[in-house]
Design a binder for this molecule. Sequence first.
Ligand code: GSH
Length: 206
Amino acid sequence: MIELYTWGTPNGRKASIMLEEVGLPYEVRPINIGKGEQFAADYVKINPNSKIPTIVDGDGPGGRAISVFESGAILIYLAEKTGKLLPTEPRARIQALEWLMFQMGGVGPMFGQAHHFLRQAPEQIPYAMERYTKEVRRLYGVMDKRLGAAAYLAGDYSIADVATYPWVSRYEWHRVALAEFPNVERWFKAIAARPAVERGMRVPAA
Ligand SMILES: N[C@@H](CCC(=O)N[C@@H](CS)C(=O)NCC(=O)O)C(=O)O
């Protein structure tokens, strides 16, 4: 059984969507990041960065338990464990990893900053709001171009899409109208219709 330490955020939902997609049984262990549970000593032992998500797989390599932190590493771990959503053919594999890293290094951090300055900052800072809104739109442009040439970010549906979808699902938070990016909108609707994605997006249960 896999334990998933998570909360209702885009990074957490990458892991729950993936677990639903690959069909591995898992138990949810909510970590309320609003209450600071990510800083508890026991949790920091499995996530030295004090963030969600983390998984603990009792049946890790060699049959021994393993913990995995960082959502991108969790997606790769689960893909390799199950042989799903990460191609083994070298060219297709590196393409999936390219778009996964594009999410990890671009979409996640930049959308996160946009959400912070647009919604949470105690004061309105026009420079920061504009900087991250502009970067979000630039990233949508990159995705829209790619998705005009391919059905999914890496060609076939992969961990790159699993990583990116929950962030795009917050399009209202970063003030983007999906209709402005029609290829992203088409991709978004196709992924939203996947039953595993619907289930993963409801984790943890309210
Ligand atoms: N690079 C990390 C980022 C994880 C992350 O930022 N998680 C947020 C929720 S989406 C969190 O735990 N925030 C709590 C905090 O910053 O104290 C990953 O992809 O796993």
